[in-house]
Design a protein around this ligand. Structure first.
Ligand code: FMN
Length: 386
């Protein structure tokens, strides 16, 4: 399975084409729209989210709710586009109109300046329109299909926010995907610990008032992933490496860890490795390594965390330089959120789901979803008897 995304933040629409989804999957469009709505939610989101109520339109690869095995094209319209038609016009416009909404004061922490230098754009809007996290909309749409492939082989996945602006959720030692889903269902900040919810929302309000922004840490967990996905035999087949890459590809993500992650630097080996036991199959007495050994899943929960920096656009802007005059100036302000960590957890869940679905389809190459189900069931039986 492979896919590309396309589209500018204020262009007419966002697009993706996914190739390699097996035929015969009963696809729920509601489930895709549900993920898109979750990505747009979360306490502390700005005005853009009120304008865009994302709905996916599928224009190929699905008939009568069934995937055909042919490329699936998905489109999400940018409703705000009607206000940006001149600014984002594909056709040439007058010299005066070329200056509309021109960005000449790059925002620190964004792609604005370096993208302008690299692609020689005199209007930094040409950069920010694509570097914007609006792009993650289509990755979530792809992930929502990936999650349906995973569900067909009983693999579950969920996400939650572990730290927001320094406030940390207390997380039980064992936390299943179903528990995450149940505990976060009513949370506006996608946290499993309701005792910190009020403090987190208060912090978001204060931050917004101060014209500032906050970041955090998100966690993705999976249940029922069989042991042996990924491989140790070649560096680029290590599945933890692929997941790390996709996590870091999410806008504003600066670090990733599995299980106890960076804490392993402070602990002796006896407190880090997970001891092996056998009881009608192999399992571990702990899961400090987050479900990976040798680049392969080991049958325990995958536990992966990513750190998101605070949003770089500040309503109290940071100092920058005007690219025309080279004079110091306050950075431009685009409509922005004070935090997007809850939304980012939804993005993380969906991009990890995509990598897992890609891996499954590589390992158990299948033209139809029934073939995949049969191959995975047989594999589960084989490793059970090892
Ligand atoms: C879901 C999500 C929403 C975001 N919303 C905003 C936003 O409203 N304003 C902003 O300045 N950055 C936002 N960001 C972060 C920027 O897109 C990101 O920092 C920027 O593209 C630069 O990339 P880098 O931080 O990965 O280097 C968001 C990120 C995510 C994942």
């Amino acid at each position: 399975m492979r896919y590309l995304t396309a589209g500018e933040s204020h262009g007419p629409e966002l697009t993706t084409i996914i190739e390699g989804v097996p035929a015969g999957l009963t696809l729920s469009i509601d489930a895709i729209n549900h993920e898109l709505a979750k990505r747009q939610g979360g306490y502390g989101r700005g005005g853009r989210m009120k304008i865009e109520k994302d709905q996916v339109r599928i224009t190929s690869g699905v008939r009568h709710s069934q995937t055909l095995g042919s490329p699936i094209t998905m489109i999400v319209e940018n409703r705000d586009w009607k206000n940006w038609q001149k600014v984002m016009s594909v056709e040439a416009v007058s010299e005066k109109d070329q200056k509309l909404r021109r960005v000449a004061k790059p925002r620190p922490g964004h792609a604005d300046l370096v993208g302008g230098m690299k692609y020689q754009h005199n209007d930094l809007r040409n950069v920010l329109e694509r570097s914007s996290a609006r792009e993650t909309t289509m990755r979530v749409a792809v992930g929502a299909i990936a999650k349906q492939i995973l569900a067909a082989v009983d693999i579950e996945i969920a996400s939650h926010v572990v730290i927001l602006g320094g406030i940390e959720a207390s997380i039980p030692e064992k936390l299943s995907v179903k528990e995450i889903q149940a505990k976060t269902a009513a949370s506006e900040v996608n946290m499993v610990d309701e005792t910190v919810e009020a403090a987190v929302k208060e912090l978001i309000d204060q931050t917004k008032k101060a014209g500032d922004t906050i970041g955090g840490v998100v966690e993705v967990r999976t249940d029922n992933v069989p042991a042996g996905l990924g491989s140790y035999v070649q560096w680029d087949r290590k599945l933890d490496g692929k997941i790390a890459q996709i996590m870091l590809s999410i806008n504003a993500f600066k670090g990733v860890e599995f299980g106890i992650g960076f804490e392993a630097a402070r602990q002796p080996g006896s407190k880090v490795m997970d001891e092996i036991v056998w009881e009608e199959g192999y399992s571990r007495t702990s899961n400090h390594l987050g479900g990976f050994e040798g680049g392969m899943t080991n049958g325990e929960q995958i536990i992966v965390r990513g750190v998101m920096k605070p949003i770089p656009t500040l309503y109290k802007p940071l100092m920058s330089v005007d690219i025309d005059t080279k004079e110091p100036y306050k950075a431009s302000v685009e409509r922005s959120d004070s935090t997007a960590v809850p939304a980012a957890s939804v993005v993380a869940e969906n991009v990890v789901a995509t990598v897992l679905a890609e891996e499954l389809l590589e390992q158990f190459s299948a033209d139809t979803i029934a073939d995949l189900q049969q191959a995975v069931a047989q594999y589960r039986e084989t490793i059970k008897n090892f």
